[in-house]
Design a protein around this ligand. Structure first.
Ligand code: FAD
Length: 435
């Protein structure tokens, strides 16, 4: 006879504490089988040393060990498609219901619809919860019901709505004794999945009061650790979001909180406009005649454009899987505007490399630099790499860190002349957007 259980499915909420869906799953009468699926649909696209897979794998091992050591339980882990994983689980257990936290990306949306339909056929309920944002879907809307397409009024409304909610904790960590007692649930190793441990180590994050209080003045200087480096942890839900927001609110300066609100803004945009993952939000911008020169794209990717600030950013990305926000804007603008290479090419390269790759923020960021997105800088505002250097890396500390050969003949000459590139961009954009 099969044991009757509930299932909690971890996706991008990889923590045992203050986890909304896990809390609800553990609050019932049946033991809970925690589940994680390394989804073949996603993994098949990745290189064998993908740093995100190592990062997730390590966190999963930590969570499994904690459950094994303290509760004689574990996390059933599969390397398969979600459909196959549920098929296996249902052979093993009588499942009362499946619990999970909502994921808003277009693929996740389709996946969850498919799984909940598959479960429904067997009379199994699928319960999903809000965990990775404060406000989701249509919770921050204009008075007339439309969604905000400009950040500042969205942010103001977000703060207004926030005053009306009670940010309760969901202490799932206190209920872990209700996990299903079997420390030998299915498991997979990195090599079972054809992966090896990445050489990239994800640095710890910092959210000290000091950092948050000085964030406004430190966040644009790439040579110092003036930002939190939370992004990979937020991406995979390794840190509880509600506590983070409370911490951001506990300091007087709201700049850091506003960045978290940008994250939610972009999520809402992608949720309502999933087509913008590969189409310009402002359709006119899909008329731009990109040059899309593959050799030039290679130079940009390798950090060999001859523009030190651009090359330093690209090398930081290639070597560490992270790039400072100021540099993301500079390298993005250079690709789209100086080289006239389609923002989708840059978006795809970032998706391959970024530890914190998040479709909503990445698409939002790229459409912002290309000028085609919601609330983007007007197209005629073109970042000048030299003045960006003067403003944000005057003593070249950051540049020298990533380009030690800068002052030698091994460093290339600029691949394109700034003034010419600027004018070429203006003409091309003007042609595309004229109505
Ligand atoms: P902090 O400055 O400490 O900010 C704290 C958190 O706020 C971040 O972790 C992030 O979750 C959020 N945040 C900060 N700035 C932004 C922003 N502009 N938009 C949305 N959220 C923000 N961020 C990603 O998380 N994933 C991406 O794939 C991504 N791609 C980007 C692509 C481009 C072209 C640009 C211009 C920006 C992109 N960003 C992306 C936003 C931003 O660069 C990173 O969130 C930030 O650099 C992460 O470092 P941090 O955690 O130290 O940030």
């Amino acid at each position: 006879m099969k044991n009757k259980v509930r299932v909690f499915w971890f996706r991008r909420d990889m923590r045992l504490e203050d986890n909304v869906g896990l809390y609800h799953a553990l609050s019932g009468d049946f033991p809970v089988v925690p589940l994680f699926i390394f989804d073949k649909h996603i993994l098949n696209e990745l290189p064998e040393d993908d740093a995100r897979i190592s990062f997730i794998f390590e966190q999963l091992q930590k969570m499994r060990s904690h459950l094994q050591d303290h509760y004689e339980s574990s996390i059933a882990t599969y390397y398969s498609t979600p459909e196959e994983a549920f098929h296996e689980l249902l052979k093993e257990f009588e499942v009362e219901a499946v619990y999970t936290n909502r994921d808003y990306e277009p693929y996740a949306h389709q996946r969850d619809a498919k799984i909940s339909a598959l479960l429904a056929k067997q009379g199994i309920e699928f319960h999903d919860f809000k965990d990775q944002v404060i406000f989701e879907k249509t919770e921050v809307e204009k008075n007339d019901g439309g969604m905000y397409l400009v950040f500042t009024p969205y942010m103001k409304q977000w703060k207004k709505e926030f005053e009306n909610i009670d940010l309760k904790p969901f202490p799932s960590e206190d209920l872990l004794g209700n996990t299903y007692k079997n420390s030998r649930l299915p498991n997979v190793s990195l090599s079972d999945m054809g992966f090896v441990k990445s050489s990239i180590q994800v640095p710890d994050y910092t959210i000290t009061k000091d950092l948050l209080e000085h964030y406004e003045s430190t966040r644009n200087i790439p040579s110092i650790e003036g930002t939190s480096r939370l992004s990979p942890y937020l991406r995979f839900g390794m840190i509880g979001y509600r506590k983070l927001v409370q911490k951001a609110l506990s300091v007087k300066n709201e700049t850091f909180l506003n960045e978290l609100i940008w994250r939610e803004f972009y999520k809402a945009i992608l949720y309502h406009h999933p087509e913008t993952q590969n189409r310009a939000f402002k359709p006119k911008y899909d008329r731009i005649e990109w040059r899309n020169d593959e050799n030039e794209f290679e130079k940009w990717k390798k950090g060999k454009t001859g523009y030190p600030i651009v090359d330093a950013g690209m090398r930081q990305l290639n070597e560490t899987g992270w790039m400072h926000n100021r540099l993301r804007m500079v390298v993005g603008s250079f690709l789209c505007k100086h080289l006239l290479i389609d923002w989708r090419w840059g978006e795809a390269y970032f998706a391959e490399k970024l530890l914190d790759y998040e479709m909503s923020s990445n698409v939002g960021g790229w459409q912002w630099v290309a000028g085609s997105g919601v609330d983007a800088a007007p197209y005629f505002r073109i970042f000048n790499p030299y003045s960006q250097t003067d403003r944000f890396d005057k003593d070249k500390k950051y540049i020298m860190k990533w380009i030690p050969e800068l002052n030698t003949d091994r460093y290339p000459k600029p691949m394109v002349e700034h003034k010419m590139a600027r004018e070429r961009c203006l003409e091309t954009y003007k042609e595309a957007v004229k109505s």
